[in-house]
Design a binder for this molecule. Sequence first.
Ligand code: PMV
Length: 359
Amino acid sequence: MKEIRFLANTKQKSIENGVTTWSSPSNIALVKYWGKRKEQIPENTSISFTLNQCKTITNLTYTKKEDNLNFSFDVFLDGEKQDDFKPKIEVFFNRITPYLSFLKDFHFKIETKNTFPHSSGIASSASGMSALAACLMSIDKELNPEMNSQFILQKTSFLARLGSGSACRSLEGDLVVWGEHKSIVNSSNLFGVKFPFNTHNNFKNYQDTILLVDKGEKQVSSTIGHNLMHNHPFSQQRFVQANQNLEKITAILQNGNLDEFISLVESEALTLHAMMMSSMPYFILMKPNTLEIINKIWAFRKATNSKVCFTLDAGANVHVLYPESEKDSVLQFIKNELVVYCQNGHYICDNIGKGLEQL
Ligand code: PMV
């Protein structure tokens, strides 16, 4: 499947102005994407749970302008103008210009807000870029009404990927796979696809409580992190391992084996951080409290036989994952034993969600 399918159509209707609003969630990877080739092509396949509470809501107002020489847009976060977001959006617009012919025809007012605190250390790029891609696709749909909904979804994911790789996995629930893989029919490096098998009841409405260990700016951007995989001594083996883990988790998600799920997911999280620690330059994104939490989770599991486990993003925060059947007991454990390790005691209770929503 080639990019060419998504190229801009030349015969289009004409529109003067309009407004569209979409909400899109964040996602948490179980098998991690870390390492990419040109144009945001992933080095290995990844899979994530779509989240429900951590969302970006973007309102896009578009007004036809006189010339079509340059991009023209303003960005607002929580009502305040954010000029420091502009370079990233400019890069995004440049990348997607071959696929959306109208970007220079309009002035865009991009008004965005997150349901999670801006300073939480939670990456808003997945939810933010997917929400913006969905808004732009609403305009594309208006100009090209013949596009069907499946094509629109794929193209939205394709565009979101060009904004931020993991953003292409945020459009649908419960589980989304990104990257070509022999076990997943129609999987693609260009866009995310819904996990095509029935998941075991153990994974229905899985819970993710995000412990906010460190709300500061990330020391290393994910772009730099991905690039460090290029000359990394272990990268090729890591990509092979991730693809094997994708195959294993495909079986686990169907057979419901929670012990195997725990081993795989925790190993993926620690491997992601091990790649960072063994790159040149090397870096550590975990904080002492990240490790305290991990040890507490292991002790709790040993003492109670709980199926709670953790995963990590490219940061110090800990995602605590557990089945819905353990909701009360794990939440109590978090309040009793883990909240002390969170910055200002902050955490966010989330669960599996459904993806994009037009508002
Ligand atoms: O989408 P990016 O380029 O910010 O990369 C995100 C990478 C991880 O969050 C660390 C892993 C993943 O698969 O989401």
